[in-house]
Design a protein around this ligand. Structure first.
Ligand code: SF4
Length: 65
């Protein structure tokens, strides 16, 4: 799995950070998403899929291969 984020679509809601803090963080300046772990280990992948699904800005993309 490879994760990517589009900061231009992020509305700084923070759901992704709440869901998977190992993978996502937020800028201290404006709250925009920061990608910490673009290649998450197997045990985090389900939570990453959930974070992508609930992101209100649809700013998280997941490539499964
Ligand atoms: S859930 Fe989406 S909109 Fe909210 S902080 Fe994360 S990437 Fe940004």
């Amino acid at each position: 799995m490879r994760v990517s984020v589009d900061p231009d679509r992020c509305c700084s809601s923070g759901q992704c950070v709440a869901a998977v803090p190992e993978v996502f963080d937020q800028s201290e300046d404006d709250g925009v998403v920061l990608l910490v772990l673009p290649l998450p280990p197997a045990e985090l992948r389900s939570a990453v899929r959930t974070a992508a699904a609930i992101c209100p800005g649809r700013a998280i993309s997941v490539q499964e291969s």
